[in-house]
Design a protein around this ligand. Structure first.
Ligand SMILES: Cc1cc2nc3c(=O)[nH]c(=O)nc-3n(C[C@H](O)[C@H](O)[C@H](O)COP(=O)(O)OP(=O)(O)OC[C@H]3O[C@@H](n4cnc5c(N)ncnc54)[C@H](O)[C@@H]3O)c2cc1C
Ligand code: FES
Length: 245
């Protein structure tokens, strides 16, 4: 059940250019599924900011956020001891069956929810391959985490003329069931080159974050869908990319 929780900040630090890691310990353990998100109240801002759960272990929620505008800037400068969140939100990824193959495709900060998914899929004995793309090597996220997990990993960089889609094609990975999160242009291109079943985690500007305001409604193949409540994860067959232009 979604609820409002006060969390103690256990860690809050810059871990890559313009990118922060935030560890929150809620007053009670929150049962998250990979791909779900929290809505964080940034002190001084009336509208909450949605952030994906990068990982959740022993009740501690790990978030990774990029400086985007005034809300994330104020968060990075916040020196209080607690933060208020709404959680858990959204549907999350469908977990693969035991032993299945899964391809994780992430672009930039969109790699964040794939770490939690990777850990849960590995617990099910799945065979994982990750293709993570970033603008340049200094902006790489989660390299240490990936190295510590049993995942075949490809890191690629715009600055070196490679991206998630070019690696997908070059390495012959387009037939493996996938879960993808990243910029819309990347996801759209992934949809065009892959043949396997797939799930996309999508983003848009949000209002309430829990399905009440309809502010995040987007036209999908089966009708209007709320990204916050019906998503953020959608089956590839459902997504109408033109809606995100
Ligand atoms: C389900 C979900 C999960 C998310 N997970 C993460 C995460 O794990 N890490 C992370 O860094 N960010 C994540 N985001 C995006 C994050 O919520 C925004 O970057 C943040 O709210 C921006 O707040 P701000 O006040 O700093 O910037 P604002 O002033 O709100 O925005 C600055 C600029 O960014 C654009 N923008 C803001 N939010 C979005 C958005 N959701 N999609 C596209 N453009 C946007 C605005 O149009 C504006 O141009 C997620 C968003 C959603 C919907
Ligand atoms: S943000 Fe209010 S319904 Fe999705």
């Amino acid at each position: 059940m979604t609820g409002e929780y006060t969390c103690v900040i256990r860690k809050h630090e810059l871990t890559a250019p313009d990118t922060y890691t935030l560890l929150l310990e809620p007053e009670q353990e929150i049962p998250f599924r990979p791909g779900q998100f929290i809505d964080l109240a940034v002190p001084g801002f009336s509208l909450r900011r949605p952030l994906s759960v990068t990982d959740c272990e022993g009740g501690t929620i790990r978030l990774t956020y990029q400086l985007t505008g005034p809300g994330t800037r104020a968060l990075s400068e916040y020196s209080g001891e607690t933060l208020n969140i709404l959680a858990p939100l959204g549907n999350g990824f469908l977990l693969p069956e035991r032993g299945e193959k899964l391809l994780l495709l992430g672009g930039g900060i969109g790699t964040a929810p794939l770490i939690f998914l990777a850990r849960e899929a590995l617990k099910r004995g799945c065979q994982l391959t990750a293709v993570f793309g970033f603008r340049s090597p200094d902006r790489t996220l989660f390299q240490k985490e990936l190295a510590g997990l049993d995942i075949k990993t490809f890191l690629c960089y715009d600055s070196e003329g490679e991206n998630v889609v070019s690696v997908l094609k070059k390495e012959g990975l387009a037939g493996i069931p996938f879960a993808a999160c990243g910029p819309i242009a990347m996801l759209w291109a992934v949809d065009e080159v892959t043949q396997a079943p797939g799930q996309f985690s999508l983003e848009c500007r949000m209002g309430c974050g829990f399905g009440a305001c309809m502010g995040c409604s987007v036209k999908m193949r089966s009708g209007m869908r709320r990204i916050c409540k019906d998503g953020p994860v959608f089956d590839r067959k459902e997504v109408l990319w033109e809606s995100f232009r």
